[in-house]
Design a protein around this ligand. Structure first.
Ligand code: NAP
Ligand code: GDD
Length: 322
């Protein structure tokens, strides 16, 4: 029988890859979009004829309950959020409404509209923040360092709480940073790959960045949405860390990305106070042992391949536009 998946955040990076993979598996895919005066479905333009788009907002309980009830999903992937850490200091209340309370609203929608549906919550390695253990695993205590991280900790625990209180199949995937050519331009990896392409084509000369010493465990988004799906196919609901187990600095990302275009980052990157954060997450690196053993999940794209994929895609995009 055809399974139905409901995805919040289908217009985002992860939502677009997840929708593709679920369609390939034969799912009926229902995507939640929020009302806008334009229809900027850039990442899912190639999918709009194959998915059903329904309108709801994380701030609005009635709309969420209605779309969950109408879709009658077997699986719900709650990917929608205010996902940019830097913005969470400028819009802390909105971030809490979307990224924290939005999860409770989705869980309430599930309880009322589709209590048998399996629920995936997009938790984050930002929850580990000022890390108390390295590498970080499922049992590592949280110490968030931004309003975004705090909101995600709430979303994580409310998912655990609803699982335990109401016997729901509800899981949190604690995903480390994952990137792609579809990454938003404000995130550091895409800002760099886009900057490299613009510099290569003579459209700009310098790239202004913040902290080059921050270290992240970066993987490819296409691999990570497969892990989300695997989490909902287990006999019992559980939470998993998803990452590569390798960590690199922003500086190392720059070195590889500029190098991929035959450039030296030291001639172009300028550090700018505007892009430093009030509180930084210095180091993230996953211990993905549990997801490997229990989900059979391993990343297919390595760090170098990811960087090269992103630079090539941005170069190709600017070439097409010329
Ligand atoms: P993204 O590209 O920023 O996408 C966010 C999505 O949420 C967009 O579709 C956005 O819709 C939607 N959205 C935002 N506010 C909404 C609202 N009030 N109502 C309905 N939809 C709303 O994020 P992503 O990188 O795909 O990440 C997906 C999820 O994983 C997020 O929850 C993020 O916090 C989490 N996460 C991401 C990473 C990562 O490295 N990418 C790691 C760990 C966790 P619009 O298109 O209308 O803006
Ligand atoms: N965005 C940005 N812009 N970051 C910069 C810059 C810059 O110019 N210069 C240095 N950085 C550093 C940041 O200070 C941070 O330490 C690191 O690059 C990564 O920043 P982002 O790419 O913005 O991602 P993030 O790690 O804060 O958050 C992402 O990953 C989380 C998972 O750990 C987002 O996708 C979150 O939604 C996700 O939960």
């Amino acid at each position: 029988m055809t399974k139905t998946a409901l995805i919040t955040g289908i217009t985002g990076q992860d939502g677009s890859y997840l929708a593709e993979q679920l369609l390939d598996k034969g799912y009926r895919v229902v995507g939640v979009v929020r009302r806008s005066s334009t229809t900027p479905y850039e990442r899912i333009a190639h999918l709009v004829d194959r998915v059903e788009l329904v309108s709801a907002d994380l701030l609005d309980q009635t709309s969420l309950t209605d779309v969950v009830q109408a879709a009658a999903p077997d699986e719900i992937y709650n990917l929608a959020a205010q996902s940019f850490v830097q913005t969470s200091w400028n819009q802390p209340v909105l971030t809490g409404e979307f990224t924290a309370l939005g999860v409770t609203r989705m869980l309430e929608a599930l309880r009322k509209g589709a209590p048998k549906a399996r629920f995936y919550q997009a938790s984050s390695s930002e929850q580990f923040g000022k890390v108390v253990e390295t590498p970080q695993r499922e049992s590592t205590p949280f110490y968030p360092r931004s309003p975004y991280g705090v909101a995600k900790v709430y979303g994580h625990w409310i998912t655990v709480n609803y699982r335990e209180s109401f016997d729901l199949y509800a899981v949190s995937g604690i995903l480390f940073n994952h990137e792609s050519p579809r990454r938003g331009l404000e995130f550091v990896t895409r800002k760099i790959s886009d900057g490299v392409a613009r510099i290569k084509l003579g459209l700009q000369h310098e790239l202004r960045l913040g902290n080059l010493d921050a270290r992240r465990d970066w993987g490819f988004a296409g691999d990570y949405v497969d892990a989300m799906w695997r989490m909902l196919q287990q006999d019992e609901p559980d939470d998993y860390v998803i990452g590569t187990g390798e960590t690199y600095s922003v500086r190392e990302f720059c070195d590889l990305a500029f190098g991929a275009a035959g450039l030296d980052y030291r001639n172009h990157v300028v550090q700018d106070e505007r892009f430093f954060r009030p509180a930084e997450v210095d180091l993230l690196v996953a211990d993905p042992a549990k997801s490997k053993t229990q989900l059979g999940w391993t990343p297919k794209v390595n760090f170098r391949q990811l960087v090269e994929m992103m630079v090539e895609a941005d170069l190709a995009r600017y070439h097409r536009a010329q």
